[in-house]
Design a protein around this ligand. Structure first.
Ligand code: GMT
Length: 383
């Protein structure tokens, strides 16, 4: 198939899933055309069957806000026509589904251009509920030819919040378990030689938005180091980074926290950590937790949204209440002070990633869904 993919090209879960999906589809022989305002960060330039089309947003003094949504729609229609795209797959409803809807209408009835919208989380739980965006979010979701959600939780929320009656397919996020894997052989595990001479290491990866509650990681670290030795790597950047640095100084743990900034190769960092912290307020799925599990790194997360769909509390990770940093720290201490328990949870985490979320299991679900959408599509009359 020839598939156009649109996503946010920056450091964010939806853009990462879209990029990885495009790469996996290209490996399976599909022709993939990314259409966005910048090159997606995890997209290697040299990949076969992958093309990138930049959207240029011309500005004019009259525009208080350059109309990206329109420039994107125009580029989608142009790329679709020029390369004979079979469909568009847009990630994150706003504004991508609106642009795809316009592109489809622009080409009809001469050309068919069905589009699939994948909902990722904050497009439904936060942004889409803003009064100025609610109606257009609902409209563009309902006008999509196919709708997928990254968890059953998000599927249910979309129905509740927007009253969407069309069928929506849940296709869970995925991880490439060949790329994301634990340290090998003797280096593996909490007490392996790979860990000799270093402190146990906690890791947090996010965009440091308030919804991720990264300051909770600092509180968890403070509580953990009262009982066991540990350090914390904070990977990513965003508005809560400054507050995290200040809190670390206030709590006297700044010497144990490394702010690593944005990182491209998470698969190289994860195996060098022992526990992943994901203390989010909302999480439609929790991709960072899945990537950690694939690397055999147990997550200590919050019991929110779709996170419980990917991990089983006490088996392959831990789920505690939002803001209960004492309980989260307690789980970290349990793991770090009991190598046998750590080994069991770490192995179970890897197994869950392999058996339920490996890309080889999930990508065919998208391919099947595309076939269904193409089969059911009847071109609009352009009105
Ligand atoms: O977490 C964010 O703010 C980024 C956001 C996005 O859309 O870029 O992430 C969402 O999509 C990820 C990939 O599907 C999910 O793993 C995250 O759970 C989801 N974030 C939230 O629901 C807060």
């Amino acid at each position: 198939m020839k598939i156009g993919i649109t996503c946010y090209p920056t450091y964010g879960g939806s853009g990462i899933v879209a990029t990885e999906l495009g790469l996996e589809l290209a490996l399976r022989g599909h022709e993939i055309h990314f259409i966005s305002y910048a090159h997606p960060i995890r997209l290697p330039v040299e990949s076969e069957h992958i093309h990138f089309h930049e959207v240029e947003v011309a500005n004019y003094p009259l525009f208080a806000y350059p109309p990206y949504c329109l420039a994107l729609a125009g580029r989608m229609a142009e790329v679709a026509e020029r390369y004979g795209l079979d469909l568009l797959h847009v990630h994150y409803a706003l504004p991508h589904a609106v642009s795809a809807l316009l592109a489809r209408q622009m080409l009809a009835p001469r050309l068919r251009l069905p589009f699939v919208t994948t909902l990722h989380g904050t497009d439904i739980t936060l942004v889409g509920q803003e009064p100025s965006y609610y109606a257009i979010t609902k409209y563009s979701i309902e006008a999509s030819d196919g709708i997928t959600t990254v968890s059953q939780y998000l599927n249910d929320r979309t129905r509740e919040v927007f009253g969407v009656e069309k069928p929506m397919r849940t296709i869970h996020n995925f991880v490439n378990c060949e790329l994301y894997h634990p340290r090998r052989g003797a280096e593996a595990g909490l007490t392996g030689p790979g860990n000799a001479g270093r402190r146990p290491r906690l890791l947090h990866i996010s965009n440091f938005r308030p919804v991720k509650r990264p300051t909770d990681c600092i509180r968890v670290l403070k509580s953990v180091v009262e009982r066991v030795d540990a350090e914390l790597w904070m990977v990513g950047d965003g508005p809560e980074r400054g507050p995290c640095e200040r809190l670390a100084r206030e709590l006297g743990v700044s010497g144990r926290v490394e702010f690593c900034g944005k990182q491209d190769h998470i698969e190289r960092l994860l195996p060098r950590a022992d526990v992943l912290l994901l203390p989010s307020e909302h999480e439609a799925f929790g991709l960072a937790a899945l990537e950690a599990m694939a690397c055999g790194v147990p997550p200590v997360a919050t019991r929110v949204g779709g996170v419980a769909e990917l991990m089983e509390h006490g088996v392959d990770g831990y789920l505690e209440a939002v803001g209960d940093t004492e309980a989260q720290a307690g789980r970290v201490v349990e793991l770090l002070s009991d190598p046998a328990l750590y080994g069991r949870v770490s192995k179970a985490a890897r197994l869950a990633a392999e058996t339920r979320f490996d890309s080889r299991r999930i990508i065919p679900q998208y391919e099947q869904y595309y076939r269904e959408v193409l089969g059911n599509f009847s071109a609009p009359d352009g009105v």
